[in-house]
Design a protein around this ligand. Structure first.
Ligand code: CA
Length: 641
């Protein structure tokens, strides 16, 4: 890197490759550097604090900027399990060196791309190299926004509450378009990602990436009186109080990246790849990740379906749909039992269907009784089970009910992933933290829940009435933009139960449900279809669900407003899937550009109608390649071209 000796050390500007984004870094009033960001000539992030709190060195005050090194970074990579199959990353990298009163130098590394700024801390060996271990207790890192900014935030839950005391698990509702400074319900701040609308100047999406066993998962604090959100470390009560809230690191060390995606409009927010641009694979795998579609009985048929007959019915259903997998959820170790499950795996293999098996992660940090328990939490039991699964030909595991974001739990995620890689198993997490670059870091990682997912359509009429639709119109902009999301959705039952005649009443349309199969991105999609849908759901809906893919070559924002409506296009091979949902109470009439379509082409639109039914209609493409659609309240559409 070339030193920027010509610039005054007290105020440094770093400009993105095209010049559209400018990062300013300067010595701050409180003895630590501050940064601010302009994008397209507008201030999107106001002067915000930097610094890291450690037990061994003072890196949050008494710091003065000494100098900075910069370099251009260009990287291209392919990735099968995110929103694009290839990504190009161009940025200016800058390491700002800040010296404390003891003479130790903190490196603050910035990545300045056109639509993404990120930063992390580089911690040196201390005391002339004598000190090689550090305890990071928190960060001063903050995010301040111009006056009038509104926020889309989901709260950090209290710890040790909820089902079998399993929270926090990133399963809370969102506050939408609220003024900066609006408190969370629980008072513990907000989990990533967090979206901000800076009036008419643009949008900012905050996240973090590169979190592995060497750190904690962070979240955002409540806003300070000055409206500054700061990085917050895990709460002491998480994981039933076990494990520290700080991060222990061997020096020299680099902390995870804080990511700040910037856009004048929402396209960069939906299309960003910053989460993966900044990380690299941590190991190779011999067996490719098991991407694909699956069925799972638990979502509609619930615990009672943990038996051989029902599981075989779902295997047959997966075969009929042409799906790759069946997810066998909790209780399989009891019924049909280990031997019965071995028989089931062979039954499925004979029908060209693979099996994912559910495990609890716990363990000593919650009260879970759903089994198997005490397997994934112990390296000896875990590897024994994985060896059994490998010999049987099981494709992957779904591990549920983690204890929070402490480093102890981050180590467990990584240990499960790296052990599973040795046994050819892909890994889905549920009841868990959100992924932070994991699709790229861990090649056998295929999904995390970390959202209020489809199960809430079983549990809660309130969710069906008030949450399902606005969240569907939020996820492409927030949670699902910075990480894959294993939602387990697309429900075609009218009532969410085995009989399809009782239980929660679905308010959203069938086409809305199909649209979520495209809007929600996860390399494994376990759809909430039920065997009866082969005969009681619209034939065109089932045909669509038979052919919808789960991996994408390209993703484009089309239209929308977070929480109100969302339309995006994704390409798989030479086909474009354009999908939209409407969470508002009004009909949304849109002219939707259909990639690949030319004037006069006829396209099929699967759409919810004003009468509340589902239709497969044909439309002529207009001169500018657009198709007219009217999205009904809690309705949606899909177009495949
Ligand atoms: Ca859950």
């Amino acid at each position: 890197m070339a030193a920027l000796a010509a610039l005054p050390a007290s105020a440094l500007d770093f400009t993105s490759p095209s010049g559209v984004t400018v990062l300013h870094v300067a010595d701050g009033e409180h003895g630590a550097p501050v940064y601010s960001i302009d994008h397209a000539g507008r201030r999107l992030v106001e002067a915000s604090p930097l610094g890291v709190n450690t037990l061994q060195a003072e890196f949050a005050k008494g710091l003065r900027i000494a100098d900075a090194d910069t370099a251009r970074v260009h990287k291209e990579y392919s990735q099968s399990r995110i929103k694009h199959d290839t990504a190009v990353y161009d940025a200016l990298r800058a390491v700002v060196k800040a010296v404390n009163e003891a003479g130790d130098t903190l490196g603050i590394e910035f990545s300045v791309a056109d639509n993404d700024v990120a930063f992390r801390y580089l911690l040196p060996r201390l005391n002339g190299g004598e000190t090689g271990a550090i305890t990071v207790t928190g960060e001063a890192s903050g995010f301040a926004f111009p006056a009038g900014t509104t926020a889309f935030l989901t709260q950090q839950s209290d710890a040790m509450v909820g089902w079998k005391r399993t929270k926090p698990s990133y399963e809370e509702e969102y506050m939408r378009d609220v003024p900066v400074g609006t408190p969370s319900y629980a008072g513990h701040g907000f989990t990533f990602p967090a979206l901000f609308r800076v009036g008419d100047a643009g949008w900012v999406l905050l996240g973090e990436t590169g979190v592995d066993s060497r750190y904690v998962g962070s979240h955002l604090s409540e806003a300070s009186h000055e409206g500054v959100y700061s990085i917050a470390f895990p709460m002491a009560e998480e994981n039933n109080g076990n494990g520290d809230t700080s991060a222990a690191m061997a020096l020299p060390a680099a902390t995870p990246w804080r990511t700040i995606t910037l856009g004048s409009d929402l396209a960069p927010i939906v299309e960003t790849t910053v989460t993966w641009d900044l990380v690299d694979p941590l190991y190779d795998i011999d067996v490719p990740a098991h991407n694909g579609r699956g069925t799972w009985s638990w979502i509609i048929w619930q615990d009672a379906s943990s038996n051989m007959q029902d599981q075989k019915t779902y295997v047959d259903f997966a075969r009929d749909m042409g799906y790759e997998h069946v997810l066998v959820d909790a209780g399989w170790d009891v019924n049909p039992g280990y031997d019965g499950t071995a028989e089931l795996v062979r039954y499925a293999a004979d029908r060209g269907v693979g099996i994912f098996l559910w495990f609890s992660s716990s363990g000593w940090w919650n009260d879970i009784v759903q089994s198997p328990v005490n397997v994934m939490s112990n390296s000896i039991a875990r590897k024994k089970a994985m060896k059994w699964m490998k010999e049987l030909g099981v494709k992957g595991i779904k591990v549920d009910f983690f204890g929070g974001d402490k480093q102890e739990t981050m180590r467990l995620y990584e240990d499960i992933l790296s052990d599973a890689a040795q046994y050819g198993l892909s890994v889905i997490f549920h009841g868990c933290t959100m992924p932070r670059g994991w699709e790229r870091m861990y090649p056998n990682y295929v999904g995390s829940e970390a959202t209020l997912a489809s199960e809430n359509m079983v549990f809660s009429q309130h969710f069906a009435d008030n949450v399902e639709a606005p969240h569907a119109a939020l996820h492409p902009f927030v949670r699902n933009s910075l990480g894959c999301m294993e939602y387990g959705g697309t429900i075609l039952n009218k009532r969410v139960s085995r009989s399809n005649a009782s239980g929660v009443t679905r308010r959203s349309g069938d086409a809305f449900q199909l649209a979520t199969a495209v809007l929600y991105q996860n390399p494994v999609q376990n759809f909430a279809l039920a065997p009866n849908n082969l005969t009681d759901a619209p034939a065109a809906a089932i045909e669509f669900m038979k052919e919808v893919p789960t991996t994408w070559n390209e993703t484009r924002f089309v239209d929308g407003y977070p929480g109100s409506y969302a339309v995006i296009s994704r390409r798989h091979g030479d086909k474009w899937y354009t999908a939209g949902v409407n969470a508002t109470a009004e009909v949304k009439e849109l002219l939707v550009p259909v990639p690949g379509a030319a004037k006069g082409d006829i396209v099929t639109v699967l759409i919810d109608t004003p009468e509340g039914s589902f239709a497969s209609e044909t439309r002529k493409v207009s001169r500018d390649g657009k198709v007219k659609v009217a999205m009904q309240p809690r309705g949606g559409f899909v177009i495949v071209k």
